[in-house]
Design a protein around this ligand. Structure first.
Ligand code: SF4
Length: 238
């Protein structure tokens, strides 16, 4: 498998749990606001076997509850993802997948095999702006399918949007996103331009926390269970 690295311990990547985080290399999206540039493009990765990662998880086992598969897009390496998830389950670890939702068949297979405990699925923007914020021409049916699959399997999940100033931070954007996702746990994440973004011409500033809270209120008024994630406040229920 190709990975950017492993973070031994994190308190912010799995809600309420301490986790190790595996960063898969490669992505099928090109979100201009992405700040995991080295995980998406270029050759800055390690080729490792799942056993190597398993060794790291075993080393961390007494300190962690869970492992988070993130990226990049983990589902682009489906065999490694499945094998590693299985090995993590054998260690009695919870498994969380972070995904852009564009590979519903892989998601279904993992859920059907009982290998996932939590799924975080990115919603990049309102349907009208999706292509621009995902950086590719998107078939939104795949995203809808993924949302439905997660709901059908009844695991814990969240849909989440990184709110980027000037890109998807208009109240109307949020209303349209809410219409698209229906009733779901929803997280608005603060964009922070750390260390450069994939879209070289993107000139966005850090998203203002007060404005993010106001946007979150709009989602709440629509009946969604809403949280925000910011540098200043961590994760907060709205
Ligand atoms: S932000 Fe977009 S480009 Fe970056 S890893 Fe996630 S889905 Fe891929």
């Amino acid at each position: 498998m190709r990975i950017g690295g492993v973070l031994d311990m994190s308190t912010v990547d799995y809600p309420g749990k301490i986790s190790s985080v595996v960063f898969f290399h490669g992505c099928n999206f090109r979100c201009p606001f992405c700040y995991n540039v080295s995980l998406v493009e270029g050759e800055d990765y390690r080729e490792v076997g799942t056993k190597d990662i398993l060794g790291e998880l075993k080393k961390n086992r007494e300190f962690i509850d869970a492992v988070v598969m993130t990226g990049g897009e983990p589902t682009l390496q489906p065999e490694a993802l499945e094998e590693l998830s299985r090995q993590a389950k054998d260690l009695k670890l919870l498994v969380k997948l972070d995904t852009n939702g564009y590979t519903p068949d892989i998601l279904r297979k993992l859920l059907k095999s009982g290998l996932l405990d939590f799924v975080s699925l990115d919603i990049k923007a309102s349907p009208e702006k999706y292509n621009r914020l995902a950086g590719i021409n998107c078939d939104l049916n795949k995203i809808k399918q993924s949302i439905q699959i997660i709901r059908n399997y009844g695991v814990e999940y969240e849909l989440r949007t990184t709110i980027v100033p000037g890109q998807n931070d208009d109240p109307e954007d949020i209303r349209k996103i809410c219409d698209f996702i229906g009733s779901s746990p929803y997280v608005l994440q603060q964009f922070r331009p750390e260390g450069g973004t994939l879209g070289k011409s993107l000139k966005a500033e850090k998203m203002d926390k007060n404005k993010l809270e106001k946007l979150a209120e709009i989602s709440k008024e629509r009946g969604l269970k809403v949280k925000i994630r910011t540098e200043e406040g961590g994760e907060e229920v709205v």
